[in-house]
Design a protein around this ligand. Structure first.
Ligand code: 5GP
Ligand code: MN
Length: 326
């Protein structure tokens, strides 16, 4: 079976590179940390990598300081495990070099996964990549300590929007129940993830809400965050997390869109394109398909893409699209 084959392969690897996507969310970080702890318990040498800074709200996670933002020497690694990425380009500028490694393992739950790499553990029914990592840990027969439990719990808790999104399944509850029994503390996780925002973030929220527009038919909401707004509030991309949900909650809105201008050149993050567009739907519209049309991807209800364009053109494209929602 493929999972056994992957575990066997990892056990016979010399040094494994673990990586997850740019602008990481709780699942990208939780899965990365959990996989790191698990492979170390199996006696496998690992390096944890994420090109973006770790958002402040996730810095409480055990062993988060192990995550490096640069790959010093790609030739150190004989295997890469890519977590929570529908496409390998999501890891950032090292994607090409990583793809050249002798073995690439693709562990993910996005419907638009491009099936990059030689070994795949892709389950679009999994609520989070952390659910798949949990299964690996169980299959490998590993003991789940507090650090591991907290990482898995955080991945599932955040990717399901605190058990509110449509990916919330039975496993989300059963695994989280077990993780709490193993030492994950729901209050600590929630307090860090949702309870400790900078003043700048709240001011950015104010600007995001102020930018809110609705299409003529009322089916699409749009928010736009420019580089000036980030500068003015002293915030960056990580502070946008969750804001799109305000646009989604408006009555009759089927698709919420949030456009953010990247800080390219002004911060540690470099994105290939100038704007990132996040899309969310109420379930009646497949936004993964829309995102894929623009070269991105994601899930049916939550997707995104990057685009080199002008904000006025993006706005027009999205409002034109809104009129096609039946
Ligand atoms: P967000 O809008 O929060 O960045 O992303 C929503 C979902 O879409 C996430 O599951 C994310 O992985 C996916 N996604 C966002 N941007 C891209 C992209 O440029 N390419 C692909 N393949 N998926 C994306
Ligand atoms: Mn995920």
């Amino acid at each position: 079976m493929v999972m056994n084959r992957i575990i066997q392969h990892l056990k016979s690897s010399d040094h494994v590179l673990l990586a997850s996507h740019l602008s990481p969310d709780g699942d990208a970080i939780g899965s990365l940390l959990a996989m790191g702890i698990a492979l170390n318990a199996l006696g496998i040498r690992t390096t944890l990598f994420n090109e973006s800074p770790i958002p402040a709200v996730y810095r409480f996670l055990p062993s988060v300081n192990r995550i490096r933002s640069r790959i010093e020497d790609i030739h150190l690694f004989d295997t890469a495990v890519i977590l929570d990425c529908g496409d390998i380009i999501r890891i950032g500028k090292n994607a090409d070099a990583v793809q050249q490694l002798p073995a690439v393992v693709n562990i993910d739950h996005h419907i638009t996964n491009t099936r990059f790499g030689q070994m795949h553990l892709i389950d679009t029914a999994a609520c989070a990549t952390a659910e798949i990592v949990y299964r690996i840990i169980k299959r490998a027969g590993l003991f789940i300590d507090e650090a591991l439990a907290t990482a898995i719990y955080t991945g599932i808790f955040t990717d399901t929007g605190s058990f509110r999104f449509s990916n919330t399944n039975k496993e989300a509850f059963s695994i989280c129940d077990e993780m709490v029994a193993r030492g994950a503390d729901p209050y600590t996780v929630a307090k860090n993830v949702y309870g400790t925002y900078s003043l700048g973030r709240i001011k950015l929220l104010n600007l995001a809400l102020d930018s809110l527009e609705i299409s003529c038919n009322g089916k699409l909401s749009l928010m736009i965050l420019t580089r000036d707004m980030f500068d003015e509030t002293g915030t960056r991309s990580e502070d946008v997390d969750g804001m799109i949900n305000y646009g989604r909650r408006i009555r009759n809105v089927r698709v919420a869109a949030l456009v953010q201008e990247h800080m390219n050149g002004r911060g540690p993050e470099m994105y290939p394109k100038r704007y990132h567009v996040s899309l969310r739907s109420d379930g009646s519209v497949d936004v993964a398909e829309i995102a894929a049309h623009f070269g991105g991807g994601g899930h049916r209800d939550a997707a995104g893409f990057n685009i080199e364009s002008r904000v006025g053109d993006i706005r027009k494209d999205l409002f034109d699209l809104a009129e096609k929602i039946t």
